[in-house]
Design a protein around this ligand. Sequence first.
Ligand code: ACM
Length: 267
Amino acid sequence: MAVIKVGFLQTKPVFGDLCGNLDRVIKRLGRSDTAGLELLVLPELFSTGYQFTSKKELRTLAEDLKSGYSVQRLSALAKERNLHIVAGLAERCGKKLYNSPVLIGPKGLISVYRKAHLFWNEKSIFNPGDIPLEVVNIGKARIGMMICYDWIYPEVARALALKGVDILCHPSNLVLPNCPQAMITRCLENRVFAITANRVGTEDRGAGDALTFIGKSQIVTPRGEVLLRAASRRTAFAMANINVADARDKKITPKNHIFRDMRQDIF
Ligand code: ACM
């Protein structure tokens, strides 16, 4: 079974600076410590920043995924590096506006998931997602996208695990403190890997509440070990080799298979 080199980039976006935010990601990916990277996870809304003050403002920065600036630049990076990238973008589709993680490979856009569980003021500006959770085979691993506040619904990780996911890719803009620990449980209870890519910094755009993002991006194994965790205030890149076979073994003991033993009839 394949070993795959996976990583996250914990960024500090400048609100509204699509070009600069993309430039910084691409520059960081040019450094030698990223050599051999096969799957990269970037934060939620990494190219725009998070705290939109109105739908109108969001509409000016959100992108049509077919022709959008971020998708184009990430596609070029994925092609050049023979890499798969999961990244959170602001998506415009007709009149609708979504908070959408995308999967991009060497041939371009592969898959989109639209955030269904909107957090706090996101409810006033984004449309709730309308796409079922999906697992995509990228060759060495089956990956599934969830986004930020999805961590609080164990059903999201469970649904992806039941669809055969090996690696949960989890772009985030976390402000509550609990997610890094909670994702350890999500991994343990489903025997899957998770890569959470969060951001750092504070945004205070006059919408009433300054938001400080907690960093602590991490890679967690199916046995609940935190392989790597970033600091809470600094940007960071980290990468690890993971053995996908560890996520295909659903036995807790020789007699306990987490899914086959599940008593759906009493739930
Ligand atoms: C979040 O869902 N951005 C907390």
